[in-house]
Design a protein around this ligand. Structure first.
Ligand SMILES: NC(=O)c1ccc[n+]([C@@H]2O[C@H](COP(=O)([O-])OP(=O)(O)OC[C@H]3O[C@@H](n4cnc5c(N)ncnc54)[C@H](OP(=O)(O)O)[C@@H]3O)[C@@H](O)[C@H]2O)c1
Length: 288
């Protein structure tokens, strides 16, 4: 038995789960899934006035770059969902050890970390926590990235992208939330890293066809050269490091990003949602 597993056996009364990044794409799904499962949820944001959480969620103010600001948010918390960044363009958090120290003091026993794809001192600190039941959640491309196409589709019935032959096992963000919610509240997930994918490998054409079917109108897929894509991303205000990341991720997608795994079904007991389901849920965003 690992240290993580032995910790899980002695959880006692379940307390509140604190979700960081709770106003974000994944965090809001973690919040929703915890609520759906009947758990007590507290959502962290730097600006409660701007946040719009569902009824039943307790809101806490705090900034992950300033660990002392988290003390009251951590009161009574036994489960903690963490992001690895704390500023513009996903600047890695350097405060991981302090956050973990405060979490331990508060009585946190289970932690999930949303893996950011790059090196993370916070993730390293969590992985080193042998007294905690930690789970690293490693999703591939989010289905919600397709919302970036909404303007082009609404305005011109077109998607303009480079590397149109690229493949993706993209995952519904609700399924990321569901896996995290289970790992935060049930035994058996400590000391694990979970790659999370959708149920199929898709081409760009598969994706635009699914959105076209959902909105009830054709979409043209226009192939851009690398140079045209860089120009488009620059015009959209993307900084050079993000552009470099996109060129690598799209031009040379690693095997893990285009291979289906069954984590969602294994952990949640439900099959992973398809992109067609995602497109149907978001059809209105793509209609003029
Ligand atoms: N997009 C993809 O396809 C993909 C795939 C795999 C992994 N990822 C990873 O997923 C992560 C992004 O997750 P997301 O899309 O859910 O995020 P997001 O929608 O961009 O939301 C960012 C969240 O971070 C919070 N935040 C930022 N700085 C903070 C700070 N200093 N203190 C407290 N909270 C702070 C924000 O909270 P407030 O503004 O409310 O304070 C907000 O809730 C990245 O690590 C990325 O690498 C993305």
């Amino acid at each position: 038995m690992t240290n993580q597993e032995s910790t899980e056996g002695t959880t006692g009364t379940e307390g509140t789960v604190l979700v960081t990044g709770a106003t974000g794409t994944v965090g809001r799904q973690v919040v929703a899934e915890l609520l759906r499962r009947g758990h007590s949820v507290r959502a962290l944001t730097r600006d409660p006035a701007k946040a719009d959480f569902p009824a039943g969620v307790e809101v806490a103010q705090g900034d992950l770059t300033d660990p002392e600001s988290l003390v009251s948010a951590l009161e009574g918390v036994t489960g903690l969902h963490l992001i690895t960044f704390g500023g513009p363009y996903f600047a890695p958090l350097e405060t991981g050890s302090q956050i973990l120290e405060l979490a331990r003091k508060a009585g946190v026993r289970r932690i999930t970390v949303l893996h950011g794809g790059g090196p993370s001192p916070l993730e390293d600190a969590v992985r080193a926590g042998e007294d905690l039941a930690w789970t690293v959640v490693m999703p591939v491309e989010f289905m919600s990235n397709a919302l970036e196409w909404a303007d082009g589709i609404r305005g011109g019935d077109a998607v303009r992208e480079p590397f149109t032959g690229r493949l993706s096992a993209m995952v519904h963000e609700g399924d990321i939330g569901a896996v995290a919610a289970v790992a935060l509240t049930e035994d058996g997930h400590g000391g694990r890293e979970y790659v999370i994918t959708g149920p199929e490998v898709l081409t760009l054409k598969d994706k635009t066809d699914a959105i076209a079917a959902a909105r009830g109108r054709e979409i043209r897929l226009v192939e851009l050269t690398e140079e045209q894509a860089v120009e488009q991303w620059r015009a959209a205000g993307q900084p050079d490091e993000v552009i470099g990341f996109l060129l690598e991720a799209y031009g040379n997608t690693p095997l893990v990003g285009r291979t289906v795994v069954d984590t969602v079904e294994k952990v949640t007991g439900r099959p992973a949602r398809t992109f067609a389901e995602w497109a149907a849920e978001h059809a209105v965003a793509f209609r003029a």
